[in-house]
Design a protein around this ligand. Structure first.
Ligand code: PEP
Length: 247
């Protein structure tokens, strides 16, 4: 999938009863026209099919927030990549810090999930990022490289995987790394991707963590930043659109 840049993705997390999701998707649909960049939303699985139907024809891509690493089976409560695809998703987020650190997901599991997404024909958004302790210890680049080494599946390509650099300490906190630090991390990710994939120079790398309308333009202007993954600010159509316009 060739994605026009900048890429602006909104992760709704566990927000959106049916009426709220309908209003939010409707607000996006009426503002968007045809996006010149890539715009995408990742609603909760319970409303994914409805949001995908509502946004059909707008050019806004719809994805899931996580998937199981198996296509089907006795896994109560889990949702597989083929199920997401069947519901209208074209992409799925894997390895978000709220799953790595909140639910103990390992790099190996994240890699299996990326693989499952690819096998289902979904674009995988692979999240990586250091914790606050790792950042304070100056271990950011080492952590990013390790996460990439251990969660990038062999043979994966730029057309099928997007990497999202999300410092754990920046998610939902209102804090962000300096622009220089974001540039440094993205450069290290790029260098690692060039070792891991034959087209590693083409993999889109997003920044995520407290992106708002007032910092999005500066962040997206950093060399090596191909777009943003937005959490909280994606729940308001005006704010999300302001971010999209800033790119
Ligand atoms: C996220 O959870 O992916 C995220 C970037 O959240 P926020 O924008 O709210 O920091």
């Amino acid at each position: 999938m060739a994605l026009a840049r900048p890429i602006v993705f909104g992760n709704w997390k566990m927000h959106g009863l049916r009426a709220e999701a309908k209003a939010l998707a409707g607000g996006l649909a009426e503002r968007v026209g045809r996006p010149s960049a890539t715009l995408g939303v990742f609603p909760p699985a319970t409303v994914l099919a409805e949001v995908a139907a509502q946004l059909a024809g707008t050019g806004i891509l719809v994805g899931g927030q996580d998937c199981h690493d198996k296509p089907k089976g006795a896994f109560t409560g889990s949702i597989s990549a083929p199920m997401l695809k069947d519901a209208g998703a074209v992409a799925v987020i894997v390895g978000h810090s709220e799953r790595r650190h909140g639910l103990g997901e390992t790099d190996a599991l994240v890699r299996a999930k990326v693989q499952a997404a690819l096998e289902a024909g979904l674009l995988a958004i692979l999240c990586i990022g250091e914790t606050e302790a790792e950042w304070l210890e100056g271990r950011t680049l080492e952590v990013l490289e390790r996460q990439l080494d251990q969660s990038w599946p062999q043979g994966a390509s730029a057309a099928r995987v997007v990497v999202a650099y999300e410092p754990v300490w920046a998610i939902g906190t209102g804090r962000t790394p300096t622009l220089d630090d974001i540039g440094r991390s993205h450069a290290a990710i790029r260098a690692r991707l060039e070792r891991l994939a034959s087209d590693g120079d083409k993999v889109a790398i997003l920044y995520g963590g407290s992106v708002k309308a007032d910092n999005a333009g500066a962040i997206m202007a950093v060399a090596g930043v191909d777009g943003v993954l937005v959490g909280g600010a994606s729940l308001d159509p005006d704010g999300f659109f302001a971010i999209y316009r800033a790119g």
